[in-house]
Design a protein around this ligand. Sequence first.
Ligand code: BTN
Length: 251
Amino acid sequence: MKNVNDIIWLDNVDSTNEEARRRFQICDNLSVLSALSQSSGRGQMGNVWLSETGSNLTFSIIMKLDNGLMNRIQAYDQFAICEIAALAVSDYLNSLDIPAMIKWPNDIYVNNKKICGILIENMIRGEWLSGSIIGIGLNVNQDRFDALLPNPTSMCLESSRKYDIHECLEDFMHIFTEYYHRYLNIKGGLNRLRTLYLAQMWHKDECHRYIADGKEFSGIIRGISDIGRMVVETEKGELKEFAFKEIEYII
Ligand code: BTN
C-alpha cells in the first residue's frame, strides 16, 4: 500500500491544479502538490479561490487511474472521485471534533459555513477514467475573510486553536489514501462509497429551500442518481434530478 511520501511543497504557484497538470506524467499516483500561496487559485464555475498566504491548505492530488494495477473506473462512475475527496475531508474534520457535512456535490460545510472547496478535473479516455486532479482548498488558520465571501469559516474559527498545516496535510492524506484503497481500488467499493456519502450529506431528508430555473421552492434531498445528480422531492411529491449548476441551496 502506498503511503504518504510524495508531498511536494511549493512557495508560490499560479494554481496547484495547473501545476499538477504540468507535472502529471512525471509524478507517481497519489502525489500531492501543495502551495503556501496561489496567484490564480481557481474555484468552481470559473470563480477565483482566495486564501491567505501560509495560513491554509491549497493542494492538488494526482490520481492515475489506468496504471494497470487497479480496477478501472468507468467515466460513467466519475462521481466516485467527488465522493472520496469529500468524504476524506469530512472524516478528517470530524476526527478533530469539527462537525463537517458534505454540501452536494463537494463543498464541505461546518455549522452552515463553508470550510473547504474541491475542484476536480477528470481525464477520460474512451469509456474509462484515466486520471484525475483533485484540488482542495481547506481553510485552516485564517480567521478573517474577504467581506465579499458569502459564509466562510476555518478550522481555527471552529475550534479556537491553530494548526500546523504540514501536519494537517499528512494526517489528511492518511485518511484519503485509506479511502482510495478501501473503496476505489476494490470491486464493489463504489456502492459502499455511495452509502457513506449519503450519510454525510447536508440537509438530506430535511425540508430546505432551493432555487432552480430562477424559482425558489421547498424540497427534500432524497438521494443521488447513478451519475451523481441530486434527487430532490418537491412539495408536489415529485422526484426531480438536478445536475451541478441547475440548483442552488438557499443558505
Ligand atoms: C470551490 O469553488 O469551492 C472549489 C475551490 C477549490 C480550490 C482549490 S485550492 C487548490 C486547488 N488549486 C486551485 O486552483 N483550486 C483548487
